[in-house]
Design a protein around this ligand. Structure first.
Ligand code: GLN
Length: 229
């Protein structure tokens, strides 16, 4: 389920659902991909919800729609998998800055809050995953970041990993995990560069650990991206 792709889909983040469908198909699984637009009810029964990055104003609008709708919070409570990138990640938290830098309320699914970094973070990001709640993700996470937000985690959330290159949350950690909700600053799209992350979401959705599948194009892409840093 792709949430508000018109508001949240910067830097190719719309590719994440395509990768999920592709990796499912490699296992003979059929994934039905649907999009929900602002104002339409967010479906309550999806297995995986995906949110991308966005501009500050679009981000505020998306947060307002999602808070009013309520279905995404209910989905998180029932253990559905959620992947949220950058603006999508920030807006799942308690608060984040609007375009003027004033704090506005998020959806309150993740125990995180976001304020401003001293300087905008732009460039490649590499993170070493170290979150036991995401056991299928062991390889370095590679992505592209472009954000002004610094994200602080509360006790209910734990980082996805440690930032080896780039800025991530801004304090040496990157991303957040809480239940089956994963937030990260990695565009790329993240699932194209990090197939283990895609397979983790799919494994949660099907209720069993999917066997790894290597694709030479992905191995080459990862190598190329990781060598640039
Ligand atoms: N507007 C947010 C920020 O600048 C998120 C940007 C994005 O999603 N790329 O921090």
């Amino acid at each position: 389920m792709s949430i508000y792709p018109a508001l949240l889909g910067t830097y190719g983040d719309g590719g994440n659902v395509l990768v999920l469908r592709h990796r499912a198909r490699l296992r003979g699984l059929h994934l039905r991909v649907t999009e929900v637009n602002p104002g339409d009810p967010v479906p309550r029964t999806a297995d995986i919800y995906v949110l991308g990055g966005g501009e500050d104003t679009a981000q505020v609008a998306a947060a307002d729609y999602l808070r009013t709708d309520g279905a995404l919070s209910a989905a998180a409570d029932r253990g559905a998998a959620i992947l949220a990138i950058c603006a999508g990640y920030q807006l799942l938290g308690e608060r984040f800055p609007d375009a003027q830098g004033n704090p506005v309320p998020g959806v309150g699914i993740l125990d995180i809050s976001t304020d401003r970094l001293p300087r905008r973070a732009v460039g490649e990001i590499v993170c070493r995953p170290d979150n036991p709640a995401v056991p299928g993700v062991t390889d370095l996470i590679t992505g592209y970041e472009n954000h002004a937000g610094a994200t602080h985690l509360g006790p209910a959330a734990a980082p996805l990993g440690r930032t080896l290159h780039g800025v991530g949350n801004g304090d040496g950690a990157e991303g957040a995990v809480q239940g089956r909700v994963i937030g990260t600053y990695a565009h790329g799209p993240a699932l194209a560069r990090n197939p283990q992350l895609a397979d983790q979401l799919l494994s949660w959705a099907v209720g069993r650990v999917l066997e790894p599948i290597d694709e030479p194009e992905v191995t080459a892409l990862r190598k190329e991206r990781l060598t640039t840093v």
